[in-house]
Design a protein around this ligand. Structure first.
Ligand SMILES: [Zn+2]
Length: 269
């Protein structure tokens, strides 16, 4: 792991190079497209050709591997690493194996990498099923309630990307049938927070809940009982309004303003 940023001067086997002759982990765009090339694939390629099975590598190595333009965020990279499991990789971290220092990983088994061609998709949910699940759940994360593309209330700079999660995890025998699928934002879909040892405790949560109004308490209880955030009629109207064209959304805003102001012409739009 001596390669400096951007300086991959050594020769690699043919499988390390994308069709355009660049190393897979240096690609900006997926071959033949203008779509950014995914970090997960880059990591798979870099690990394949730079780390031997049984050896360890660090978060710093990963950052170097992906170059300056990539997020250096540890959580982002951890998430990408975990996703590699689906492609057959075994890369335990300090969370899985306490003998490893924090930020160090051991490459136990290599899996799919871009040099092998098409990625196996056996575990994936079909596009049609995804669409059905999103439609059924009103294009909102059933865990936190955030809508597709909406900013997170506690982190307005990042916007929600929806994905399909399993109610009963695949590892525990859950199926890929629609009944076992639900809409989740990528953040809620990611088990990393819990695995990092940051579960909530009742002792920490209760003081906040004790300050709630009775109405808030009832809402929270009903959500817990339903195992999802229940939409109010305002939420539902908002969901529908978000699917209006921009022009119609503008008209709706004007109409709402007039309604609020009690203008008798409000419904003449
Ligand atoms: Zn969520």
């Amino acid at each position: 792991m001596t390669a400096e940023n951007g300086a991959d001067s050594r020769d690699y086997p043919a499988g390390a190079y994308a069709p355009n002759g660049e190393l897979w982990w240096r690609l900006r765009y997926a071959p033949g497209t203008r779509r950014p090339y995914g970090d997960e694939r880059k990591l798979a390629a870099w690990l394949t050709f730079n780390v031997n099975e049984g050896d360890t590598f660090t978060m710093t190595d990963l950052r170097r591997a992906l170059g300056d333009n990539n997020p250096n965020n540890a959580e982002h990279l951890n998430r990408r690493l975990r996703r590699l499991r689906r492609d057959g990789w075994r890369v335990p971290s300090n969370v899985d194996d306490r003998t490893l220092p924090v930020g160090t990983y051991r490459l136990e088994a290599k899996g799919w990498h871009p040099g092998l061609g098409t990625r196996p998709r056996s575990e994936e949910v079909s596009a049609a099923d995804r669409r059905r699940v999103f439609d059924r759940d009103n294009w909102r994360c059933v865990v936190c309630g955030v809508g597709s593309g909406e900013p997170y209330p506690e982190d307005p700079a990042s916007r929600a990307v929806l994905t399909v999660g399993h109610r009963i995890p695949r590892d525990l025998g859950g199926s890929v049938e629609i009944d076992n699928l639900q809409t989740e934002c990528k953040r809620c879909n990611e088990p990393l927070r819990q695995e990092l040892g940051l579960p909530e405790t009742l002792a920490e949560l209760l003081p906040q809940v004790r300050r709630f109004t009775t109405a808030d308490l009832k809402t929270l209880l009903s959500w817990l009982q339903a195992k999802q955030r229940i939409r109010t009629r305002v939420d539902t109207a908002y969901d529908r309004a978000r699917r209006l064209s921009e022009g119609e959304q503008e008209l709706l805003k004007q109409t709402l303003l007039k309604m609020i102001q009690g203008d008798p012409k409000s419904s003449s739009g």
